[in-house]
Design a protein around this ligand. Structure first.
Ligand SMILES: [Zn+2]
Length: 124
């Protein structure tokens, strides 16, 4: 899903979009003509590689996202929201989901069930 920043409503509006096996569901609104805020939950399944045996497995995810989207340089600082500066006026939700999926793939704790089990054996 793509939407022009200038077409994001000033009133909080619900949206839902998905890419592959991941759904992004939440609400967005425009705070100023150049700043949109998105609050959403990303849920679904991502194919990741086990950090121990390097075999691919499916990881279930459910992550809260709080994003500020702006087409200007964002000079403010926000603890709560991640800031995404866009070059055009287009908010590309597919891009947002893709980059979240990429960061899930890079997590150090991607360990498949088999390796988790063998870890338990070692501890006993
Ligand atoms: Zn493994």
């Amino acid at each position: 899903m793509k939407i022009e920043l200038r077409k994001v409503p000033f009133n909080k509006s619900d949206f839902e979009t998905s890419l592959n096996n991941v759904v992004m569901k939440g609400s967005f609104y425009k705070e100023t003509p150049n700043i949109a805020k998105i609050e959403a939950i990303l849920s679904g399944e991502v194919e990741v590689e086990c950090v121990k045996c390097l075999k691919p497995f499916t990881k279930k995810i459910e992550e809260k996202l709080k994003l500020i989207i702006t087409d200007r340089v964002y000079s403010g600082f926000d603890n709560e929201y991640d800031v995404i500066e866009i070059n055009s006026n287009i908010i590309d939700f597919d891009d947002i989901i893709t980059s979240e999926i990429e960061s899930v793939k890079l997590e150090y704790n991607n360990i498949c069930e088999k390796c988790k089990e063998s870890n338990l054996d070692l501890e006993i």
